[in-house]
Every structure is written in C-alpha cells, then in structure tokens.
Design a protein around this ligand. Structure first.
Ligand code: GLV
Ligand code: MG
Length: 307
C-alpha cells in the first residue's frame, strides 16, 4: 500500500529544450519535476535538449524535489541515447527515469538492465535510479500488472490521458472532459485499473495532464476525481496548477485531524482493555481495525504533506 514514497502530489513537466523554463522550474513549489525529452521537444531539438537536461541536473538547486527525466518511448530511435547520455552525464543527480508509452514488461526490463549497466560503469549504487512508467494505450493497460511487477525500480504508474484517448479512438478533444454521449465517467475504468496494479505492487498512482492550463477550476475538478479514488498526485503543465494539485492530493485539515483522533482513540481504548476489545466507540461512531487502517492512510498522507 504505497501511500507515501517520494513526494509527488504535483509533477511539473518542463521541456528539456527550454533553458529558461528549466531555470524557472527550480523555484516553483512542485513536489516533482520531470525534464522532458519526449513530446514537448521537437525531433531536431532532442540532442540539444539532452545536453540542457544534463546541465540543469548537475547545476543543482532542486532541493526537496523528486528529479525525473522523461526519455522517448521504445518505438523511436532516440530512447537508448537519451538514457545513456542523461544517466552517464547526470546519474548521480537523478532520482528516476520516466518511460512513456510502455506496452509490455519487456520495455521496463530493458530500461532496468540498461540502468544497471550504466550504474555499474559509473560506480553508482545499483538500483538507485527508479523508473516511472506511463500507461498510454490499450496494450499498456491490458499488461499493467506485469509492467508494475517487471522491476523493483518501478516507483509510479502514470495515466497518460492524451495519448490514451487518441490510441483508443475516444471521440473527444478535451482531456478529462466528460463525454456528452456517454452517461458515466469514461476514465473511471482506466484509473481504477491503474490504481489496482499500483496498490497490488506497492507503487504510487499518478494522474496525467490537464491541458486547459488557464482553467484552474476545471483542473481542480478533474484532479478531485482521481484524488478521491486514492491517486497520489497529478501532472501539472503550468505553474498556476501547482498549488491546486498540492492541495487536492493532500487530505483536508479536518479529515487529517479526524484521522489522528481515530488512531489515538483506538490505541487508547484497545490498550486500556488489555487488547480484548475489537471495536470501540468514538462519539457516535464505531471504530475497529478497518477504521484504523483507513485512518492510517489519511494520517500518512497528511504527515507527508506537513499538516
Ligand atoms: C501524457 O503524456 C499524455 O499523453 O497524456
Ligand atoms: Mg503522452
């Protein structure tokens, strides 16, 4: 039950091609930054972007942030060079590599072995660099359990809604928007499938981007849906979305206070009864071992958020 790993309530996308944006990202209050070599970078700009990303990681200033680089997916000619250049150049200053459009466990195994080789060659601790996988098409979702289990380096499973919607021919142009012709939430199954794999294999579950960057209220509304299910965080594409993500993926203060109260009361009454009571009353509410577990989830997230 990975409710707390590295902090990832807000995961900020930063194009590796823009030195200006790389510099600006250091000062923003995102939990994670991912320096992008994939879709935010044009093919001809990729070699320069690799150099920018290595320099930005080595220059430092990312204190307290989870530092990730998104490489290109394994159907392109760029992936191996992305991994080799970034990890050889800045492996000591990198927390995770993000692999997009993962379709099978073999994609993760390839990255795991490549990272191990580079870590050994550089004298870095083997296994120190984590992997984040993006699920962005039907094959990835069908194989998500095997993908999650493919390497102990996998830390997060990320929903990539834009590529996913395109790959299944969903008739919509707005990521996150409900469809007028479908009477439910078209993302529910995908989110739950990812969440089940994440919780089974002790990974974090991360929701993907919301592209209408000027509409922070709509961002909040979409984020609240995955936060309510149990997702740990969401991508942010613009500084204006960061505070909203940090807030939505932290428990509300009142819920956090209540969770700590449940934990205290349960410990107090059950130990007073010498361990013989399975359920106790807290005000009008009966609390038992399952309530304690639910309270632990909220309390752990609240403590990690500094509430
Ligand atoms: C993210 O990469 C997406 O495709 O939504
Ligand atoms: Mg994508």
């Amino acid at each position: 039950m990975a409710v707390v790993g590295r902090p990832r309530r807000s995961c900020l996308a930063v194009p590796g091609s823009s030195r200006k944006m790389l510099d600006k990202a250091r000062g923003l209050p995102a939990d994670q930054v991912f320096l992008d070599l994939e879709d935010a970078v044009a093919p001809l700009a990729k070699p320069d972007a690799r150099r920018n990303v290595v320099a930005a990681l080595n220059e430092g200033g990312w204190d307290g942030k989870t530092r990730v680089v998104r490489v290109n997916d394994l159907t392109t000619p760029w992936t191996y060079r992305d991994v080799v250049e970034v990890v050889e150049g800045a492996g000591a200053n990198l927390d995770c590599v993000m692999l997009p459009k993962v379709q099978a466990a073999g994609h993760v195994e390839w990255l795991d072995l490549t990272l191990t080789q580079i870590e050994k060659a550089l004298g870095l601790p083997v296994g120190g660099i984590g992997i984040e996988v993006q699920i962005e098409n039907a094959a990835g979702l069908v194989n998500v359990d095997a993908i999650a289990a493919a390497s102990p380096r996998v830390e997060t499973i990320i929903f990539g809604p834009a590529d996913f919607m395109a790959s299944i021919n969903m008739r919509s142009l707005v990521v996150g928007a409900l469809l007028p012709d479908y009477p439910g939430d078209p993302y529910h199954y995908i989110l739950m499938r990812i969440l089940m794999a994440a919780r089974t294999y002790d990974k974090q579950a991360i929701d993907g981007p919301f592209l209408q960057i000027r509409d922070v209220d709509a961002f909040r509304e979409v984020a609240r849906r995955s936060a309510a299910l149990g997702f740990d965080g969401k991508w942010v594409l613009h500084p204006g979305q960061i505070e909203a993500a940090n807030e939505v993926y932290s428990p509300a203060q009142a819920d956090y206070d209540r969770a700590e109260l449940i934990l205290d009361a349960y410990d107090h009454y059950t130990s007073e009864a010498g361990g013989r009571l399975g359920a106790v009353m807290l005000g009008d509410e009966m609390i038992d071992e399952a309530s304690r577990k639910m309270a632990l989830v909220i309390a752990a997230k609240g403590r990690a958020a500094g509430l």
